[in-house]
Design a protein around this ligand. Sequence first.
Ligand SMILES: [Cu+2]
Length: 176
Amino acid sequence: MKLFKLSVLFIFLFALTSCGGTDKKKEESTPKKEIKTPKKTKPEVDLYSDIEASNNILLTSSDASVYSKEILKVEGSKKVKITFKHTGKMDKKVMGHNFVLLKKGVSMSSFGKEAANAVSNGYIPENTQDVIAYTKLIGGGEETTIEFDAPEVGTYRFICTFPGHYIAMNGKFIVI
Ligand SMILES: [Cu+2]
């Protein structure tokens, strides 16, 4: 009799514990799609392979403080000619623009801040050693042209040094 009770208890316990196993398996969530991102192993110069090099550049700006191009690509060991136009209407005292090509390693923000104080010199610090080439400051409707020898192969930065403009008016100048 005692054995019977034990076996009933055992069956009861067995039934209890096995209940949990009868649950339907949750449907597995949809498999994750693998997103393959190509590794950027190419040198920076090649990232803009869709842009053709030209040593005769037309760059414009307007009453908005932006350049028409943020990537300029030129061939090395040649002259570079940049025609810079301001297509807006505002005076250069309010919305002046220039094109300033910085030497390698020169910080856009430090130079931009320094240049903002050089009001009497068109926002170019006098006797600066940080610049490869620059245009004068122009206002709406004006244009100016500069010519200079392309610097050695590499990537340089250009900015507008009118106070505060370098934040939006900057770009890369690539010599190939
Ligand atoms: Cu500007």
